[in-house]
Design a protein around this ligand. Structure first.
Ligand SMILES: O=C(O)CCC(=O)C(=O)O
Ligand SMILES: [Mn+2]
Length: 219
């Protein structure tokens, strides 16, 4: 069973700067807020070149989350498996460049979480509609687990699940809001995580969607 962390003690979540999830994993509340305009412009740029699409898993399941990528490497899944690729299989072109605002935010958040010198080369962009979910998984298609994952949430809130190193480990439930950034790396780099089905709680700016992007060192 999962449990709800007592994160807020009834207070306004925006007043809490950091929530430790593990020894080397942290939620930085509102860390992306000052950069939101630039980040959303970056998302628009990326999806103009590489539109969101629903990918298939090797098991034949169509993901409820729509995704695309930017950066040198992009994560894809199809009947043949999960992998990083330099080419968008839909366009046959390179993935769009990673917007500078994404890179800067990721480097700043990584440093804030104790990971200096983060040099990302990949960014998965996810779009969740109401009901979309992401089942528990590890991020393990990257070549080197020495670099952290930096995950940025925009739009509707979501209940993030942060488990242990084994799929069966109990997962903490961590609400994530517009502007929150989660960083996990080091001893926490392979923690299982996922997102519960989204409730339709329209966001003033983004409406009935949540955009999440995870910035990584994949190659
Ligand atoms: O949407 C999220 O908060 C997590 C996304 C994620 O785990 C992934 O893209 O691998
Ligand atoms: Mn993940």
């Amino acid at each position: 069973m999962t449990s709800t962390l007592d994160l807020f003690g009834g207070d306004d979540p925006a007043q809490h700067g950091r929530v430790a999830l593990g020894a080397q994993s942290v939620v930085l509340r509102g860390f992306a807020l000052p950069a939101v305009d630039a980040l959303l412009a970056g998302v628009d740029d990326v999806i103009a070149q590489a539109p969101f699409r629903h990918m298939e898993t090797p098991g034949g399941y169509t993901m409820s989350v729509a995704l695309t990528n930017c950066g040198e490497l992009g994560w894809t899944t199809d009947a043949r498996g999960y992998r990083y690729s330099r080419i968008d299989p839909v366009s046959g072109q390179r993935w769009p460049a990673m917007p500078q605002a994404f890179r800067q935010l990721a480097e700043d958040a990584a440093r804030e979480a104790g990971f200096a010198d983060f040099a990302p080369d990949a960014c998965l962009v996810n779009r969740y509609a109401p009901g979309s979910r992401l089942s528990l998984h590890q991020d393990r298609n990257e070549r080197d687990y020495g670099a952290p994952i930096v995950s940025v949430s925009l739009g509707m809130p979501a209940m993030f699940l942060f488990g242990g190193d084994d799929r069966a480990d109990r997962a903490a439930r961590v609400p994530l809001f517009h502007g929150d950034v989660v960083v996990w790396g080091g001893v926490d780099r392979l923690r299982f995580h996922g997102v519960m089905p989204l409730k339709d709680l329209p966001h003033p700016r983004l409406g009935s969607q949540r955009i999440n992007f995870t910035i990584r060192k994949a190659g």
